[in-house]
Design a protein around this ligand. Sequence first.
Ligand code: NOJ
Length: 735
Amino acid sequence: MKEQELQQLFDSMSLKEKAGQLFQLAGGMLADDTAMMGPMQDMGIEKEDIQLAGTVLGSMGAEKIREIQDAYMENHPHHIPLIFMLDIINGYKTIYPIPLAQGAAFSPKLTEACAAMAAREGAAAGLHVTFSPMVDLVRDPRWGRVMESTGEDVYLNGCMAEAMVKGYQGADLKGAETLAACVKHFAGYGGAEAGRDYNTVEVSERSFRDFYLPAYQKAIDAGSALVMTSFNTINGIPATVNRWLMRSVLREEMKFDGVLISDFGAIGETVCHGVAENRSDAARKGIEAGCDIDMMSGTYPENLEQLIEDGRLDIKLVEESAWRVLQLKNRLGLFENPYKGADQGKEREVCLCREHQELARKMAQESFVLLKNEEELLPLKKERKTAFIGPYVENKYMLGGWSFTGDPQDARTIREACGELKGYDITFHKGCPVLSSDVKLEGFGNYTQETVPAKQQEEMLSQAIEAAKAADEVVLFLGEHFLQSGEATSHGEIMIPRVQQELLDRIYEVNPEIAVVLFNGRPLDLRLVQKKAKAILEVWMPGTMGGAAIVDTLTGKAVPGGKVPMSFPYSVGQIPVHYDELPTGRTHLPGKDKDRFVSKYLDIPNKPSYPFGYGLSYTRFEISPVQLSGKTLHAGEHIEAEVVVKNIGDRAGTETVQLYLHDVSASVSRPVKQLKGFQKIVLEPQQETVVRFSITESMLTFLREDDTVGSEPGSFEVYIGSDSETKNKAVFELI
Ligand code: NOJ
């Protein structure tokens, strides 16, 4: 629709109709569902509000969405189409690894391809918007939502944010295979105090700007059509009604001109935060802060008109928001084609098609991180007898806590994937359930927790022990339950479930040749696992093709090359632990444990068990000392930093070569290291290659003491290595 026509349509709408555009319905409310009417009336929502709503959350499927769209448009006074939105986090039907795992793959290209695949499937199923990417910076693995982030690093998060937005949105939002992206949660949600979901965020404005904001900015620069607010407070004010955050920072500074949607119920919750007197006040504050769409608190339909009538709210603010929603509908091409990509035939054709399954398998392979591999226990050797033991051996629930659109039954288990293998001697045993029945689980949908009677559990265990005795080696498939990470799954302890630890201990007694394959949505405290496992392969929540990708990797058909995107703490006591910390005045030098009055713990190390960027391969790489093309850098010029990387093992493998910089002395203390580039290379045995990074002045900027962004002259350290603890260093001066 031409802008002028859109304006005419807008001018013909009543205030109630305009306010309706700002109200988001949940799918269930659309049907004439009497069960829903009670709760809706409690929220102040009337039937008429439903007919005027602008967007819908939670409906899916081409047939259903076409029906809803038809019925709704017929009843709407101006026949304005709805926008259908949903959380498509790591795939629609073909589920690929969770975002944290994608961070581990360090491959923005693959991530972009996966996002495009999710968009192709989701758009065919009638959806228009996905609530992704989540680019919240995470430093606390107690917070269950770390699984939705790509990790602790500001640069990596930015690369992934950009890749996801490009993948979802493609070249044209009107396209039948694209979805509009919604970057979330603005802002700082990952900083929830003590890792407790929805908790207050206390962060200095300097850290907020330097570490938290850049990834959102990357997503906005990549064109993300929407932004979602976060549940937390920033500077004591809930983000959703934080005028400074939304109007000054997001719109003016960060130049976001799309639609801002609240998180679920967040506007109404400002009453509980104690910053709005009542729901009407909450609605006023929400719209004044520039929050266009009220997701599910119902405060907008209930109050906006009255607030304007009472002279307590400027009508222009409601109009401004409604106009933005109509513009989004226009960008999506809904006035010409209200169904956009919704097509039952195409939905059947693309969902879970072979091409998508292969991409999901590739993404899974690339996301696996080999944490440990003593005596080269992995890959498995054909001539040995191996026992596959553990609750993940025959478990299809490995899609991740947010993948409710996917069907676990579409996943192939480890055992099923082994069906393709030839020449291996493997037996399969469950050993124990994922969790003992006393462990508390909450999640979306109707998942029923498995309960195994004590006697049966004993039998399982003794069969597994017998199998371990008879085998040359054991592979244990252990980890978190898929519902233990995700929204509202904060944990005070982050170890593998107790029942599985017991299994590991008992197996170890009879056969210490153990490789552990670990499923989880967050970094875990692995001290007890490390003691007993000779090898550990981290596979996260690997998705529909996870089983196949794991078997590929265990047998050496694929070689692990992923890197840890978020430090694995030694224990909960270290949290938050992240590599890009600021130096202290009293740095602890490893090995000098007797030094008093330095920044350290007496009972645990400072270093995490596995730092950011760490990951082994089945082969080994040698990286030469860093060479710089010059010793000085002037603004507008660049320095080349290079290393030679050689595969010194006897099989091909992938290395992610990482560039870190450190500003030695500045007006503000700067992180000990910051990732500024990475390159993923594949080398054949004994092959070597030059890896070169170009360093420019723009890579050295930060928020200076005077609150301006820029660089400062002086010495900079350049590190190039295979993880964030590399000591491979050179120095240059910025003039
Ligand atoms: C609440 C979550 O915080 C958000 O990430 C999600 O997009 C919405 N619910 C909608 O499901």
